[in-house]
Design a binder for this molecule. Structure first.
Ligand code: GUN
Ligand code: ZN
Length: 426
């Protein structure tokens, strides 16, 4: 494979910054990345790397950063995003479940997968942890498309055996068997990672959670992903359905689903005991700001969790979430935290959507940085992409100001190019 040299302003985090701390990242004003065989072979000053590759792409004056990572999103909700008027449980029943029924049809699932991956690339997202539907066909479409694009993607079939229309329910045995077969086919194939995906306690019987527990124990290498403590009505229903559990998180505790590679969507309304469980097990809360605002779910307490040693991931949660853009997720996340008198510095924000999420996923040796040896998943950002951005940029003097402008006003228009394993995708 031929080598490629990207020239631009290189920015990569190697640690978590505290506010304006500049020792957490490397920034090279006239920098370059030498890509070969899908990997970043070298990073440095352009003058030291020029001439080393057959092909050079000059991205000056744009920023080169690690591709964005979305830690929670729903592939089958591409036609659910922007559905009016409901909070979580009614929104699921009235919009989401009908849309997910369509994924029984492999040709529909394949068409949506093409559109979904195009959207991710357009928005600079190079890795995502996605929920598919209950239908194995949806997972086939998802990982098939990811494989064609050589993307590092996490995903799994949702397991659900109650509380939804017939066409969206499996059984404890079928959920187990179909998930097992998908793990055997896809986990570790190319860049694919499987996530065992019980949708949430509301849509799984105790018998299904037992089967999920067995599957998770047999596959410690797989992620587990689910939802918890998102909405007050959901929490009340979980308490009704599992009267013996001490709390909502206690259901997942009882079935052995809390562990380091468990991704827990939302975690907004946690009790002290539940926070303790998350801290003790190392499970990862996932903050979904645009979704939490759109569905009126509540405010994620990032600082409170960090005080307890818990570093969550951040995500779009499309279609409860309203944008595929991790920049827009940080924009809304900034506001959610502002309402709680918490200030997220732009260095912290850009660390979060790159290396921070990679660390939460345990994948920081492959993605989330522009370190030599990492996979060449790269986003090229233009802080002057729109008229309003150009005007504001006239008074921007520092890197921190530029990053803040990007995360507040930026979206897919600010993404000039997205490289996946060294290949341009946009
Ligand atoms: N809880 C269970 N399923 C879902 C879903 O699809 N979206 C959101 N936001 N929450 C959920
Ligand atoms: Zn979700």
């Amino acid at each position: 494979m031929t080598a490629k040299l990207l020239r631009g302003r290189v920015l990569s985090f190697h640690a978590e910054p505290q506010a304006g701390d500049e020792s957490a990242f490397t920034y090279i004003e006239d920098g370059a990345l030498l890509l070969r065989d899908g990997v970043i072979e070298r990073r440095g000053e352009y003058c030291d790397l020029k001439g080393l590759a057959e092909e050079e792409v000059d991205h000056r004056p744009h920023l080169l950063m690690a591709g964005f990572i979305d830690a929670h999103i729903h592939f089958p909700q591409v036609q659910v995003v922007a559905s009016w008027g409901e909070q979580l449980l009614d929104w699921l029943e009235n919009y989401t479940f009908p849309a997910e029924m369509k994924y029984a049809d492999p040709s529909y699932a394949a068409r949506m997968a093409g559109a979904y991956f195009d959207l991710l690339a357009a928005h600079g997202t190079t890795t995502a942890a996605s929920y598919c539907t209950v239908h194995p066909e949806s997972v086939e479409a998802y990982f098939g498309e990811a494989e064609q694009r050589n993307m590092c993607m996490i995903g799994g079939k949702v397991m659900m055996d109650r509380g939804a229309p017939q066409g969206l329910c499996d059984t404890p045995q079928r959920g187990y068997d179909e998930s097992k077969a998908l793990i055997e086919k896809w986990h570790g194939r190319g860049r694919a990672h499987y996530a065992i995906t019980p949708r949430f306690a509301i849509t799984s019987t105790a018998e299904q959670l037992e089967a999920t527990q067995a599957l998770a124990a047999e596959h410690p290498e797989c992620f587990v992903q689910t939802h918890v403590d998102e909405n007050q009505n959901e929490i009340a229903l979980a308490a009704e359905l599992f009267p013996d559990a001490p709390d909502y998180m206690g259901v997942y505790e009882q079935y052995g689903l809390l562990r380091e590679n468990a991704l827990l969507g939302h975690c907004i309304h946690m009790t002290d005991r539940e926070i303790g469980l998350v801290a003790d097990t190392g499970a990862k809360p996932v903050f979904c700001p645009t979704s939490n605002l759109f569905l009126g779910s509540g405010l994620y307490d990032d600082a409170g969790l960090r005080k307890r040693g818990i570093k969550g991931a951040i995500a779009t949660d499309v279609g409860g979430g309203t944008s595929y853009s991790m920049l827009q997720s940080m924009n809304e996340g900034y506001k959610v935290l502002q309402l709680q008198r918490q200030q997220k510095h732009p260095y912290e924000a850009f660390h979060w959507i790159t290396r921070g999420n990679a660390v939460a996923l345990g994948l920081e040796d492959r993605i989330g940085t522009l370190d030599e040896g990492s996979d060449a998943d790269i986003v090229v950002l233009d802080a002057r992409a729109t008229a309003e951005m150009r005007l504001r940029a006239e008074t921007v003097e520092t890197l921190a100001e530029e990053l803040f402008l990007l995360m507040i006003l930026g979206d897919d228009r600010a993404v000039v190019q997205t490289y996946v394993a060294g290949e341009p995708m946009k």
